[in-house]
Design a protein around this ligand. Sequence first.
Ligand SMILES: [Zn+2]
Length: 444
Amino acid sequence: MNAEHTLQCDLLLRNARYLAPDMTIKEGQDIAVCGGRIAGIAPAQENRFCARETIEDSRLLWMPGLIDGHIHTSQQLLRGRLLDEKPVIWKRVNVPFESRLTEETSRLSAQLAAMEMMLFGTTGFVDAGGKYPEVFAQVYDDAGLRGRLSVMTNDNPHAPESLRAPSVEAGVERLRAMKRALTGSLLRPIYSVTTPTAVSEGLLRAVFEAAAEDDVPVETHLNEYASEVTEFIERTGERPFIWLEKEDLLRAPLLAPHCIFLSPQEIGVLARHDVRVAHCPFSNCGKGAPQTPQLLASGIHVGLGSDGAAHGGLDLFREMRLFRGVMNVTRGIESADSCVMPAETLLTMATQGGAAALFEEETGRIETGMLADLIALDTDAPHLWPTQNLVHSLVESASGADVRHMIVNGRLLMKNRELLTIDADRVRHEAKRLFEREPWLCRW
Ligand SMILES: [Zn+2]
């Protein structure tokens, strides 16, 4: 091909192997990245692209970056604290802990979360909300990650004062102030209430109505505990999703983390209103197993979430593998179907399902025109090679530690596991100093 027919791009993934949107593996392709997007994909022998920077390595598998549909940046420093706690942990441990965070400890939480996500191949995330989302935004913006941030509003009189909205109006205004602050980056707002049972009906309505009015998605923990569903029925006479539909509150796009306990009628509501779901497998193991095959068969977008580092870390490869096991021992055994949750479905959930949870559907797939959010795994390691089916091995054997490179919005954030946008040594040093000064952080 003549030079004049060659497309100049920013970054070229030369002679690459990649995971296509239909979860098949394509070989020998050039993937051109330009202006933050995938500008073109063509067989390598056609030499259609040239670039300032080229990556060519036959050991790599490129795939869409994973997207965490539900993290708690504010709980990054609670790692190791929750494993053997009795339910309901968020009331007894998480909320009191979060109420003590300062801007400084929030910044450190976000720095550590960003480092962990990048090293494990997570290019996008939806945060459940914190006291200082503007501080999170500075960190995630510098890191170059894509995400949605929130304030988790709560007006419960028993909530710690530093997390409590003094009025419904103040709670909504705090969300709107955060929205105004998030400009010009890969970070977008999402409005949030803790859970429908934790807040007043007035705040719940107001946040959902503000989301619809401001054209911002809304999130709230839904149907995570059987006891919370019962409590909601006692309060309103209806199950949560039935009530939300009857009250016409599903005009706003809704992300519903967890969704473990759903009635058939509620599954109908999710499908009718295109509610996005994020299951959190490790976190949910002690609560119940969701009806994911029915959700997917109903056309509902389902993604995966970590529920934050305090629930076993932010590695979504591990969440995929764990979810395969959970689905086998629950839905698989009851239907005598050992492939009730195939590898292709799990990978779709962690990528395209995550994009739906993020309300950013121009990511999650390697395809011309999509946003260039990509990771590359080293498949040369003994736990991944040789394999008779690399797609299966991604679910059975891969981990976040296999991720070598990360690109978000066309920008290299990690190369050969070196973080290019975060000074990891400095963050570790600052964390150590902070823990010495604030010992309660490590002994909560
Ligand atoms: Zn959560």
